[in-house]
Design a protein around this ligand. Structure first.
Ligand SMILES: Nc1ncnc2c1ncn2[C@@H]1O[C@H](COP(=O)(O)OP(=O)(O)OP(=O)(O)O)[C@@H](O)[C@H]1O
Ligand SMILES: Cc1ncsc1CCO
Ligand SMILES: [Mg+2]
Length: 246
């Protein structure tokens, strides 16, 4: 059976499922935006965990419902734990998302991102500079975010036209989206639909938050406020999920 195209009503329904089931999301997150990402997962209804200890990662990934691996701050120890987590996720069939942060800055990081893609992430998401270098990811959902988000899998190609320019003025909105997408993948098997829903929910939340903010600082707080209580009706009224089939 081929999967259909995601809708705003479906996005609202998946958010409700996250709120009801409270999935656990393990984050191998860069050291810059750990708190913001954990807050994003918490306010949508998930339960974040953040350990990077090699001794513990096996237990944490095994108990998690989904995993996000973010390459923002890498060193030898992190590479080791990330490799191990990707291996476990693959063996256990856990949904996981790779965010190849700054792979456009360093050939060794790009090579590491490619090595991880061989462990079959469910989704790879980055900004346009990063995804231009990553290229195609035939066995995963490929997401390039920016003013418009482009998502594609083997059969579908869609755009999310929500969001606000202040999202690019707060460090880590992309990293946070990796955590929220993981929470949505934990409750929705169709990864492209899960990701579209997560990006529509965060994008609409940003638009509503911007109405109450004075600039990036107050926007960051308002964004978490709105994300914590956004209604299905707001999502249905404002989400812009587009594709060529209508
Ligand atoms: N100009 C814009 N207008 C609307 N939404 C935007 C804009 N720029 C970014 N976004 C949104 O911000 C989020 C992060 O996307 P972006 O491409 O900036 O990620 P990123 O560069 O990886 O961010 P970071 O590395 O800071 O986490 C996405 O949800 C995207 O839709
Ligand atoms: C600024 C920064 N540096 C490494 S990770 C990160 C967060 C946004 O990608
Ligand atoms: Mg990024």
């Amino acid at each position: 059976m081929t999967n259909g195209f995601p809708t705003a009503a479906k996005a609202a329904e998946i958010l409700e499922r996250v709120r009801q089931t409270r999935p656990r999301v393990h984050c191998l997150m860069n050291t810059v935006v750990q708190k913001f990402t954990a807050d994003g997962i918490t306010v949508v209804g998930g339960i974040p965990s953040m350990t990077t200890s090699l001794e513990e990662i096996g237990a944490f990934v095994t108990k998690a419902d989904a995993l996000t691996i973010n390459l923002g701050t890498l060193d030898a120890d992190r590479r080791k734990v990330i490799r191990f987590a990707a291996e476990i996720a693959r063996a256990a069939g856990k949904p996981w998302i790779l965010d190849p942060v700054h792979c456009d800055y360093s050939p060794s990081r790009l090579a590491f991102a490619r090595e991880l893609i061989a462990f079959r992430p469910t989704i790879v998401r980055g900004n346009s500079a990063e995804m231009n270098l990553i290229g195609d990811v035939p066995n995963a959902v490929r997401i390039e975010t920016g003013p418009v988000d482009h998502l594609r899998d083997a059969t579908r190609d869609i755009r999310i036209v929500n969001g606000h320019p202040w999202m690019a003025k707060v460090t880590g909105t992309g990293c946070l989206s990796g955590g929220v997408i993981a929470a949505f993948m934990a409750v929705e098997k169709d990864a492209l639909t899960a990701a579209a829903a997560a990006l529509a929910v965060t994008g609409v939340s940003a638009e509503l938050a911007a109405r109450h903010a004075k600039g990036p600082g107050t926007f960051e707080a308002a964004f978490l406020d709105v994300l914590s209580e956004i209604s299905g009706e707001d999502i249905i009224n404002h989400a812009r999920i587009e594709h060529e089939q209508g």
